[in-house]
Design a protein around this ligand. Structure first.
Ligand code: PMT
Length: 410
């Protein structure tokens, strides 16, 4: 099987002399099994004709944002959804600026804003244009947005300069496209992660909560995004910055978190419950601050809804992964939770131990499933998150699950 079989690559061509290489690029991508559709900017059509790209891609070439001839006149949305990757090669300095500024005044820039697929740019320009502070600032901003760069290469340029700014050769671009797909093992999956603590109010100034910082859940969300997933992160109150490219829903209490999860769960392929949800909340919520008296004060607590168990009990649950935070009998209690809550997998971690678990940069996990398990020794939460996702996807596929997007079962 070719390495890009059935991959949908939307190739954007912008105004650069290197646009002549795009035809060869399309041919090579198709040889590897990819389906390629092409969008050209107006400037690109000055360097190579749409007819050339149409003949080589075997598909109509798109050049207009507002095209009343197309079926729905919503071409940008259809193309944005169709793409597994948007590859812009060559990407001119002007187009990088447009992308960094979030413009949507032609079809290609509009598709880039509308797509959930990874965007990759292969710059091609004069070496002084590449080094210009404005271009470099735009590139930094694009990298912060999660946009990947292929090249540019260094060498002799069409304008006679020698320096950095050459488009990579088509075979090098194809190699890099293949690499992206190899690391994009969650492309096409919708992953929902819960993170952080919940707060259960006693009165307007007091609440019950726990020491969760949200780091573990945020690291999982970030790794899932980097692996190509569509990620929704439902977070209790934390002091962490949002994760780029991840939809963040901020919630307060266990009940809020349950509502936020259940309104989104129908399209979720993998649910990972890393939040430390309060197990109990005050039975009574006082509307005024409770005054202090000499006598002791007793609060009656009631159970909160169990979000993880509710998801796992759905008629068609997603692949459901829980966490178990324990101060003793880690493996025994974690296996009990795995079975009682009917989970696909559970990640058990010690809490109350210095340097791991709650509110630390590091953790150690024992990942368990019905027939086995694996130990992930102490490491940064960001590293563990990637390892955990690789185990999840292996088990997911071994259990014969199919992502919604591929099975069409929304
Ligand atoms: O946030 P950090 O500071 O990075 O710390 C990470 C962590 C220690 C919080 C994290 O790794 C972790 O262990 N999260 C789960 C904590 C927890 O609540 O464990 P539990 O054993 O009490 O709950 C078991 C599972 O049920 C968890 O997946 C939990 O999200 C879920 N649950 C619990 C209660 C409830 N009412 N609803 C739930 O969904």
């Amino acid at each position: 099987m070719n390495t890009l079989t059935d991959k949908h690559i939307l190739l954007g061509i912008t105004g650069s002399i290197a646009a002549y290489k795009s035809a060869d690029l399309v041919r090579r991508l198709r040889e590897q099994g990819a389906q390629v559709q092409v969008i050209m900017t107006a400037a690109a059509t000055a360097f190579i004709t749409p007819l050339t790209l149409q003949s080589i891609s075997g598909q109509p070439v798109y050049t207009q944002l507002l095209d009343a001839v197309t079926e729905s006149a919503m071409e940008h949305i259809e193309l944005a959804r169709w793409a597994d990757m948007v590859l812009i090669a060559p990407a001119s300095a002007d187009f990088l600026a447009k992308l960094a500024g979030g413009h949507a005044d032609d079809l290609l820039s509009t598709v880039c804003l509308a797509t959930n697929a990874p965007i990759v740019v292969a710059p091609a320009m004069n070496s002084f244009m590449w080094q210009a502070p404005a271009t470099q600032e735009n590139c930094q901003r694009l990298q912060q947005y999660g946009i990947k760069f292929f090249g540019p290469a260094t060498g002799s340029q069409a304008c006679g300069e020698v320096g950095k700014g050459r488009l990579l050769e088509p075979n090098e671009l194809v190699d890099q496209v293949q690499e992206v797909f190899q690391t994009q093992f969650l492309a096409g999956y919708h992953v929902l992660v819960t993170a952080g603590p919940t707060r259960e109010d006693i009165d307007p100034v007091r609440f019950i909560s726990n020491r969760s910082s949200g780091r573990m859940g945020y690291a999982i969300a970030q790794s899932a995004k980097m692996a190509g997933a569509q990620v929704t992160l439902i977070s209790g109150p934390v002091a962490l910055p949002p994760v780029a490219g991840v939809q963040l829903i901020s919630v307060y209490s266990a009940q809020d978190m349950l509502t936020a999860v259940m309104t989104r769960i129908a399209t979720v392929d993998i649910f990972i419950a890393a939040a430390a949800v309060a197990d109990y909340r005050p039975s009574q919520l006082f509307s005024h601050k409770i005054k202090k008296y000499d006598a002791d004060w007793q609060i009656t607590l009631e159970r909160t809804p169990d979000i993880l168990a509710t998801v796992a009990a759905l008629p068609h649950p997603p692949f459901t992964v829980g966490f178990a935070a324990e101060t003793d009998n880690l493996l025994e209690y974690a296996r009990e939770k795995l079975q009682q809550k009917q989970l696909n997998m559970i990640a058990a971690n010690w809490v109350g131990v210095a340097g791991i678990g709650f509110d630390s940069e590091k953790n150690a996990l024992n990942v368990l499933w019905a027939e086995g398990g694996i130990e992930l020794p102490c490491a940064a939460k960001t590293e563990l998150a990637g390892q955990l996702l690789e185990i999840i996807i292996q088990q997911y596929q071994q259990n014969g699950y199919l992502p919604h997007q591929k099975s069409g079962s929304y």
